[in-house]
Design a protein around this ligand. Sequence first.
Ligand code: ADP
Ligand code: MG
Length: 176
Amino acid sequence: MIEKTLVLIKPDAFKRRLTGEIIARFERVGLKLEKMKLIKPTKEIVERHYPDDEEWLELVGEKTIKTYQKYNLNLIDDLGTDDALEIGKKIRKWLIQYVVSGPVVAIVISGNHAVEVVRKLVGNTVPVFAELGTIRGDYSLDSPDFADKEKRSIQNLVHASGNKQEAKKEIALWFS
Ligand code: ADP
Ligand code: MG
């Protein structure tokens, strides 16, 4: 089943000159580059990319709560709240600041089950949990507690669409 998905090489990966390295990983499994551009994104496009959607914000908040529980860390100390939605809102603000902070490379990738395969190659959202052999696992080591104490987004090198619906929306946004 041929699918298309959107990847963003986030500013930390671009600054670290990892763009080529990351693209090579997608190509070597047989995925195809359909479209690609280097841009300094506007705040507006990034706000639309990560929409102010309560369901998504709560999900991001809940994932963060689980990580804090795993390490027995204190949410209130780092985030000032233990409410999933409120945590999600803070993260979204930091995330937008992060993605607009420098050039990004937007890429449309196609191939058999591209959405799932790209997510697998990218690895877990949290770099310290990401398996070796994945992009995030091999090139980054950030974690929510570390990032949240510094009031910034987790730096995890890449964005990849989470599902086919997200992919369709994101491709239209970045390549309209
Ligand atoms: P993914 O990028 O793996 O799809 P999400 O959609 O859940 O992950 O989250 C979007 C982005 O928000 C992540 O890639 C990461 O950069 C950032 N992020 C997620 N959780 C946190 C957190 N607790 N603190 C800071 N940034 C976070
Ligand atoms: Mg996501």
